[in-house]
Design a protein around this ligand. Structure first.
Ligand code: BGC
Ligand code: NOJ
Length: 824
């Protein structure tokens, strides 16, 4: 069935163009790339923060409100009796034209009403702690227009969590200053804070407001603020309650005339002894300087051009041309973009994550890294060290840490036994991309305690050992609090609805709960670790800070990997698929013997990626079972059949209704695991058909209404076949799906895989695939690789590098430009 469409891709501009403001859900974008970030919806809703969405929230937003998406940067235009906004909301005055273009770290929202066009370009300039809002007003009518323009932002009192709860304090702390066309927000600056924010416009103003109640009116709404409706600013000065920032500007436009206004939302930090310029008066020197850098259209256009160039460079590192637009646009634009956003935000702030709940996940961040390491290796390097610094001396690790402090999060603690393995996954990806073995020699502390530093290599070693030292009765890894599936809580046992499955202390004594997912993950990362040790043994890099007999270490770990493979074959196979786990009592989970949830995707993914039992047909059978039991129209579900009742021994997974989240939802994150399994097995048709089902551009074409969330990025979960509405998406943007989709398509389907000594070429394609070319920058080299599939799904027959035949499938690395031809 054809569904209503709300927008379309514009590949040339790398934009998604939304043409109807009433999307089935707010469709958002992200601004900012390093310190200052904003979320922005297609109607300009959202908020900004500095580094940490919880502790440095700059503007206020109301999650899950009525109406949905409430709060943002709003421009009100009063033209005679008509008041409207370029992004339609919050007034919702019908517009003669509306368009929102979400691009790479910018959004442009345009509206037209009664002959006036208002277009706002939103972006955060590189290296700047500020959001630019360049508003262009154009009179397209034949009459002179006298417009009254009101801007609007509402300040958050910094800590986004207490901002929503501690009103006995909050309603008395708000403080502002007004100077010319700049409104300063300085709540709590008098005490322990050395930061403030400001909202500026590069034009004289004829009035302002800083007190919300005065501006809006206690019984009015964002849709009809009193000051705007009456066309009269109140020049209010906020003392406590809810401080806001609104500029009032009278604009006269001749027919055909257009005017630009640059609004700037900025954030400033001062040194302790330079906080004030006079008693109680904030030192505005840095604010003035920042404003001076962005106070004309020319300066702003230049900053915008720099941002676009930055993205050009990032997206030029891996570029494919297959002739299939839907594939090309995801690979070349949106998948890579989502990877970068996910790297920046981890799981902290989206329209499904409120920014106050979670810091950076240990496992999440390692996986995210694989999605962007080719683009910004130095930031990946730093991220690895930050992550490893939250590890404990026994190899376990904090499950999360706060980006502002980089300290482990005590509320959630550790004990997720898959976590350590991910450090190897991330580090190996980094070294393969960069060839930078020196990262292994970095001295990295435990739990951020100075004086405890050991080499990063040592961290990898204890990560492997953590698994080996925590084996259960079947010699499979003990699951701990949970593995990748945070909701399979086999040691939790909760009957108390006030307990969180995620933070409740676990019963760990006497547990027999083991995970086949960790077993597979251990084999995959273990093989990587062994290969890395062999490289080091061969003298590829000599450690300075730590010594190790790498050959012996490789052999030791190979043994552990072999033993794990044996344990899986012996105790982890159910006949048609891999078991999922053993519970606290040692009973099978994910077995034909179980009443419900007979098969789970995670262990199929990881054990097929590990190729465990391939020689005995286990891999092929497992992949076939995924098709038979897990696959549906919208992707593969996590488990089947879904749980229909709460199981005390299993925890959160069985708390979800059928078809949602970890209970048989299509958890897009782990579909790629099976797809990689398919690729390794050489089953290109199957790999492709699984991939296309969750590829946003394919979904976009068919299911905009049903899918509900943004059609240009993946979401964490799509409702599964047992759900009330199969195919409905939730939790878009911040998900490991981004990195896994990238890893899968770039390295396993298109088959361009960075390796220590060069690039390995090993595609796995549907038999219908035509010739394609990948331009890949790699270290100091640039490869133009053309693949001729010749109807094959897998198997490289011959490769030439600059006309010369290459032995094997690795193109040896050498700097400079190269042409590669590949015959399959
Ligand atoms: C969700 C998981 C998530 C966990 C931790 C659970 O409620 O279902 O997907 O990882 O919370 O936030
Ligand atoms: C989301 C979490 O961020 C991730 O760490 C976890 O693996 C999945 N949910 C599955 O539970």
């Amino acid at each position: 069935m054809e569904q209503k469409r709300y927008g379309h891709f514009d590949d040339q501009h790398r934009e998604y163009v939304i043409t109807d403001p009433q999307t089935p859900w707010p469709w958002i974008n992200y601004l900012g790339n390093e310190d200052f970030f904003s979320l922005i919806s297609n109607t300009a809703g959202g908020y900004s923060f500095y580094k940490d969405a919880k502790f440095r929230r700059i503007t206020r937003y109301r999650y899950n409100n009525v109406p949905m998406d409430n709060g943002g940067r709003y421009f009100y235009i009063k033209d005679g009796d008509t008041v409207w906004n370029p992004g339609w909301k919050p007034c919702k005055t019908p517009l003669d034209f509306y368009e929102c273009r979400h691009g790479m770290s910018y959004t442009r929202i345009s509206g037209r009403k009664n002959g006036v066009e208002a277009s706002v370009l939103f972006f955060v300039p590189l290296k700047k702690w500020a959001e630019v809002q360049k508003l262009t007003l154009k009179n397209e009518s034949k009459e002179v227009k006298q417009l009254k323009l009101f801007s609007f932002e509402e300040w958050c009192l910094w800590n986004a969590a207490t901002d929503m709860e501690n009103f006995q304090r909050n309603f008395s702390t708000g403080e502002v200053e007004i100077e010319g066309s700049t409104i300063y927000h300085k709540t709590e600056y008098r005490e322990r804070r050395n930061h403030y924010a400001f909202y500026h416009v590069n034009a004289p103003i004829q009035g302002f407001d800083t007190d919300r109640e005065t501006f809006v009116g206690l019984y009015n709404e964002f849709a009809d603020p009193q000051a705007v409706m009456e066309g009269k600013p109140r020049n209010s000065h906020a003392h406590g309650w809810s401080p806001i920032a609104s500029h009032y500007i009278e604009v006269t436009l001749q027919p055909g005339e257009s005017k630009d206004f640059v609004f700037l939302l900025g954030y400033i930090e001062n040194e302790q002894d330079e906080k004030f310029e006079a008693p109680q008066v904030i030192n505005k020197k840095k604010a003035h300087a920042l404003i001076a850098e962005l106070d004309t259209t020319e300066k702003v256009d230049k900053a915008f051009a720099a941002l676009c160039e930055y993205w050009d460079a990032l997206l030029n590192i891996y570029k494919v041309k297959t002739g299939n637009d839907k594939l090309d646009r995801m690979v070349n634009i949106w998948n890579q973009y989502q990877c970068m956003v996910t790297f920046n935000f981890s799981r902290s702030a989206s329209f499904f994550e409120s920014g106050v709940g979670r810091g950076m996940g240990f496992r999440d961040s390692n996986q995210d890294l694989v999605g962007f390491v080719h683009q910004i290796p130095p930031r990946a390097r730093q991220r690895i060290i930050d992550i490893a610094s939250t590890q404990f001396p026994d190899g376990g690790c904090y499950h999360q840490y706060q980006p502002l402090t980089k300290r482990g999060n005590n509320d959630i603690g550790g004990g997720f036994n898959d976590d350590p393995c991910w450090l190897i996954f991330g580090t190996v990806a980094y070294i393969k991309e960069t060839g930078d073995f020196s990262i292994l020699d970095e001295m990295v502390p435990f739990d951020n305690q100075p004086g405890t530093e050991v080499t990063l290599f040592e961290h990898l070693k204890i990560s492997m050992d953590h698994v080996i030292k925590n084996l259960g009765p079947h010699m499979l890894p003990l699951i701990g609090r949970a593995d990748w599936n945070d909701c399979l809580n086999l040691n939790c046992f909760s009957w108390d609805p006030n307990e969180s499955f995620q933070t409740t202390e676990n019963v760990s004594e006497g547990t027999k709960a083991e995970s086949l997912m960790i077993a597979g993950l251990f084999v995959v990362t273990g093989k990587d670790y062994v290969a890395l040790c062999q490289k080091l043994a061969n003298g590829q890099w000599s450690m300075v800070n730590g010594q190790c007999d790498f050959a012996a270490e490789a052999a030791r770990m190979q043994q552990a990997v072999d033993a794990m493979i044996e344990a899986v074959k012996k105790h982890g196979w159910d006949g048609e698929w891999y078991l999922r786990a053993y519970d606290f009592y040692g009973r099978k989970i994910g077995s034909n013997e179980c009443e419900e949830a007979k098969i789970f995707i995670e262990s199929q993914g990881w054990c097929t990626m590990a190729e465990i039992g391939a020689e005995d047909g286990m891999v092929a059978k497992s992949l076939d079972s995924c098709k038979k039991y897990l696959e549906c129209e919208h992707g593969m579900v996590l488990n089947n059949p879904a749980f229909t009742k709460y199981i005390y021994e299993y925890g959160e997974i069985s708390s979800y209704p059928e078809g949602y989240k970890e209970n048989a939802g299509i958890f897009c994150h782990n579909n790629p695991w099976v797809i990689i399994g398919e690729c390794l097995a050489g089953r290109g048709n199957d790999a492709w058909s699984h991939y296309a089902k969750i590829l946003p551009s394919y979904v976009e074409e068919k299911y905009q209404t049903l899918h509900k969330v943004e059609p240009y990025v993946n979401c964490q979960m799509v409702a599964g076949k047992d759900a009330f509405k199969p195919g409905e998406g939730k939790n878009s943007w911040l998900t490991g799906t981004a990195a896994w989709m990238w890893y899968t398509v770039s390295e396993f389907i298109l088959g361009i895989k960075p390796d220590y000594d060069g690039i390995r070429i090993d595609p796995c394609l549907p038999e219908t695939a035509s010739d394609y070319t990948v331009c890949r920058k790699f270290r100091e080299a640039e490869y133009e690789i053309t693949i001729h599939p010749n109807g094959a799904q897998k198997g490289v027959k011959s490769i030439t590098l600059d006309g010369q035949p290459v032995n094997g499938t690795i193109i040896p690395y050498s700097a400079g430009k190269h042409i590669v031809e590949v015959m399959m």
